[in-house]
Unconditional design. Structure first.
Length: 208
């Protein structure tokens, strides 16, 4: 086979390999987009060095932690591919700088502040209002997403825990979350009107 000498050739080969391994197309596109925005892929393969990788990542230093982490993970995955298939030195990823987490800003809400905000929620329908407060408080304390919280059933709530079923989670995996005593009390006071816990709040994410 023809020897690969450019990062661009490696870049497209990496996409093919990720598809061969059965990765989701959405994830593949995200990885490849991050590399296009980080690595000068028109340069030769020999330009992929530890020092250059540090310089490439430095372009994203002004971004938020979570975004920088996405770029860093993509670069590491691309480097692993180059090590496995194109003879890159396996030591290239050792000693790479960790992504620093910023200090908590003063503008962040504390849990007691969130509680007062949720308590101030008003809806025309009183049952909707009770459900909405419990819905928001559950997301604030359990870290669940809007859609998966809205689709919770009464059968998912038992023994102080909430079961997030595989069919409603983003990664299609069931998870069990112990609940805060305050949300347990709020849920216990809600009338059971149908299978869904939050049966009276809007169905659409925009409505919620």
């Amino acid at each position: 086979s023809k020897a690969v000498s450019s990062l661009r050739q490696c870049y497209y080969g990496w996409g093919i390999e990720m598809r061969r391994r059965g990765m989701r197309e959405r994830s593949i596109q995200a990885y490849m987009k991050n590399i296009r925005l980080t690595v000068p892929i028109d340069e030769p393969l020999t330009s992929f060095t530890k020092d250059n990788a540090r310089l490439w990542m430095a372009k994203h230093d002004h971004l938020k932690t979570a975004t920088r982490k996405h770029y860093s993970v993509s670069l590491r995955e691309f480097a692993k591919y180059l090590v496995e298939f194109h003879g890159l030195d396996p030591r290239i990823t050792t000693g790479w700088p960790m992504i620093k987490v910023e200090q908590v800003e003063k503008g962040y809400w504390k849990m007691n502040e969130i509680y007062h905000i949720i308590e101030a929620v008003e809806c025309k329908d009183k049952l909707c209002e009770k459900q909405m407060k419990a819905y928001l408080w559950l997301m604030a304390t359990a870290g669940s997403r809007q859609g998966e919280t809205a689709l919770l059933r009464w059968s998912d709530f038992r023994d102080g825990c909430m079961t997030y079923r595989a069919e409603i989670t983003k990664n299609n995996k069931t998870r069990f979350v112990p609940l805060d005593m305050r949300i347990i009390d709020m849920l216990s006071r809600l009338p059971r009107d149908g299978d869904l816990i939050f049966s009276h709040i809007p169905n659409s994410q925009a409505g919620r």
